[in-house]
Write a protein of this length. Structure first.
Length: 133
């Protein structure tokens, strides 16, 4: 299984997601794509199989992934303080991959019907969904 993890800013959510995926699905190919080099570096240090940075990396990797995971902002143009471009959001949304989005209540976006849940629980739930549970 090829899991694409996308994050921006400091890469903290992506890093935590990669760590959990490595522990739960050690055989998975975990590709890290950061909106910036700092985010990519954080996810690589967490154990991602490979990593790349930027808009074109998101477009290319989204076409080849089985699962795309990251904060909900990866499908919102101008999210993460403008780091997510329209092309990046469109590539994630148009990908044939299954998407597992973490409903982080930032970027002036909230998801109706979700509770204010600690990030650790959201990450655990995301990994369980990726693992097929």
């Amino acid at each position: 299984m090829k899991v694409l993890v996308i994050d921006g800013q400091g890469g903290g959510i992506g890093r935590a997601l990669v760590e959990r995926l490595r522990a739960r699905l050690p055989e998975a190919e975990v590709i890290a794509v950061g909106a910036n080099a700092i985010a990519t570096s954080a996810m690589l240090r967490a154990g991602a199989t490979a990593g790349a940075t930027g808009e074109n990396a998101v477009r290319v990797c989204a076409r080849e992934a089985d699962v795309i995971a990251g904060p909900i902002g990866i499908v919102l143009k101008d999210a993460m303080m403008g780091e997510i471009t329209g092309e990046m959001a469109c590539a994630v949304a148009a990908s044939p991959a299954r998407r597992v989005l973490i409903p982080v209540q930032r970027c002036s976006t909230c998801v109706a019907g979700t509770e204010d849940v600690p990030l650790q629980r959201l990450l655990d739930d995301a990994v369980a969904r990726i693992a097929g549970e």
